[in-house]
Design a protein around this ligand. Structure first.
Ligand code: HEC
Length: 115
């Protein structure tokens, strides 16, 4: 009996897991224009991240108020992963919209352009 519930639990968990790996909603219209830090990413960082990741003592030592730092965290750190992590999201109170996350993904695939 116990084993049965364990198996049901594992199955439910793996189902939930497979849902959370879909990073971007498939219904989103692909972005065709070029995304840059100056036109898009800076605003997202300033509106959604800087309250904690800016100032004299940024959370986790991560200051996202400059192009260089944001690029470094997206390119070599876990910024993109955390922005798409349902269980450990950034910002901590819930993921930003799929549209904004799609913009971040396009910034990455366009090559982290500044302007
Ligand atoms: C309410 C405060 C708050 C906001 C807003 C916030 N963060 Fe964070 N962030 C934290 C805290 C606290 C940590 C350290 C604990 C953790 O990793 O969960 C952290 C950790 C991180 C890390 C991991 C750093 C490392 O060294 O592993 C990344 C990447 C990150 N945040 C990115 C972002 C991004 C991008 C945004 C905006 C989309 C954002 N955060 C918004 C509080 C915040």
């Amino acid at each position: 009996m116990q084993k049965k519930y364990f198996i049901i639990g594992v199955l439910t968990l793996s189902l939930l897991q497979s849902c959370t790996t879909a990073i971007i909603d498939e219904d989103l219209t692909p972005i065709t224009r070029v995304v840059t830090y100056d036109t898009d990413v800076e605003t997202i960082m300033f509106n959604r991240c800087i309250t904690c990741h800016g100032g004299p003592a940024p959370e986790s030592g991560l200051d996202l108020s400059t192009y260089q730092n944001t690029r470094y965290s997206a390119e070599s750190g876990n910024l993109i992963e955390r922005m798409n992590d349902q269980t450990n999201p950034m910002p901590p109170n819930g993921l930003v919209s799929p549209e904004l996350r799609q913009v971040m993904d396009k910034w990455v695939s366009d090559g982290f352009l500044e302007n």
